[in-house]
Design a protein around this ligand. Structure first.
Ligand code: G6P
Length: 371
């Protein structure tokens, strides 16, 4: 009903507006005096001390949050990590030992493919940790330990606020492991925690740019195909931007790693092709930033219409982008949590401009409890 939507036009619009709270509530009580406090991990503490490999299993949007988790777990905690779709994982004889930690990510905690992957991992001697948004969910109960995201109930079929909460939880786990393993200097930990705690405020600023994104979407309602490019932590955001557009607006969309452009996707570029580019921070890695800007030049030269998602103050993209969506400075690992909202809003607004039901896209279910 309208009351349940709290004045918003859809549950999805309401849930995007709740993203800053989803992050803040997932952090609540877990960052204490410069440390990460996660008593939920106690049941697997001994295993965590000994873990030599992490496999993240999930489906859909949750799997893209897993890619960010992988980058954080390897960068901060130095644990080799891979991400696999739940339904692929258990049908290929993955190597699992008592030193393997399988982290499942699921908003609903009921996705059958992910549940079966967790059971499979447990039966084969791996340790299992569930990152889940729904209290009492089956996957959480079937895991050795469960860490809940506190995004609140998500009603719209397409996942939004759960995604940012999942990434937040994964970052907490990665920082906790990094502290325990001594792979992070205390000063670095402090900086990262500060960045995490500042995210809700910065994300609220991003949400204020919604009307610019709505204008952009309205002008693109007859678009047949949209590409999304990203690199490093921007790559899963490109994948998620494409998924959202498929789910909601039924537009063919694909996300690519920007470095892969020359190995195929650039053949798709023809005049008028819409391309979103998630631009890395120039402060983090000057070379990555320059490489992505040069990707933009290449596709622009072939007639692409480029929408850049770039950090405030990044002027290098201006000469080549047809439109720029700005996000506040947040530190490279944290910017994906700010860059995803504009893409979610874009997909939602484009679907709305086409007269589609953004909360209940055709053929999709919120929680897929069959294999
Ligand atoms: C369904 C939903 C997606 C979601 C995926 C995983 O396909 O439509 O939005 O990302 O399931 O759901 P989960 O509850 O496991 O996160």
């Amino acid at each position: 009903s309208a009351a349940e939507k709290g004045g918003w036009s859809s549950f999805m619009a309401k849930e995007i507006s709740e993203e800053p709270d989803a992050i803040a509530n997932t952090l609540l009580g877990r960052v204490v005096d410069g440390d990460v406090v996660l008593p939920e991990l106690d049941p697997i503490q001994a295993a965590l001390d000994d873990v030599d490999r992490i496999i993240i299993v999930a489906c859909g949007t949750a799997a893209y949050s897993g890619i960010l988790g992988k980058y954080a777990l390897e960068k901060w905690a130095g644990v080799p990590t891979e991400v696999e779709l739940s339904h692929e994982f258990r049908y290929r004889d993955p190597v699992l030992t008592s030193r393997t930690l399988v982290i499942s990510i699921s908003q609903s905690g009921e996705t059958m493919d992910t549940l079966m992957a967790v059971k499979y991992a447990g039966e084969r001697g791996a340790n299992t940790l569930s990152i889940c948004n729904t209290q009492g969910a089956t996957i959480a109960r079937e895991s050795d330990a469960a860490l809940f995201t506190h995004a609140g109930p998500e009603v719209a079929v397409a996942s939004t606020k759960a995604f940012v909460a999942q990434v937040t939880a994964l970052y907490l786990v990665a920082l906790k492991l990094g502290i325990a393993r001594g792979t992070l200097e205390p000063g670095v930990v402090a900086g990262h925690l500060e960045q995490l705690l500042a995210l809700p405020g910065k994300l609220s600023q991003v949400l204020e740019t919604g009307s610019q994104i709505r204008e952009l979407a309205r002008g693109m309602s007859d678009t047949r195909s949209v590409l999304f490019l990203g690199r490093n932590v921007g790559y899963p955001i490109a994948l998620e931007g494409a998924l959202k557009l498929k789910e909601l607006a039924y537009i063919h969309a694909e996300g690519f790693a920007a470095g892969e452009l020359k190995h195929g996707p650039i053949a798709l570029i023809e005049p008028g092709q819409r391309v979103f580019v998630v631009v890395p921070s120039p402060r983090d890695s000057d070379s990555l930033h320059r490489k992505v800007v040069s990707n933009i030049q290449e596709i622009r030269a072939r007639g692409a219409f480029v929408i850049a998602i770039a950090e405030e103050g990044d002027v290098a993209v201006l000469p080549y982008a047809d439109d720029v969506l700005r996000i506040p400075l947040a530190g490279p690992m944290f910017e994906p949590l700010l860059a995803v909202a504009p893409l979610q809003i874009f997909a939602m607004e484009l679907a709305a401009a086409k007269g589609l039901d953004v909360d209940q896209p055709r053929n999709l279910a919120k929680s897929v409890t069959v294999e």
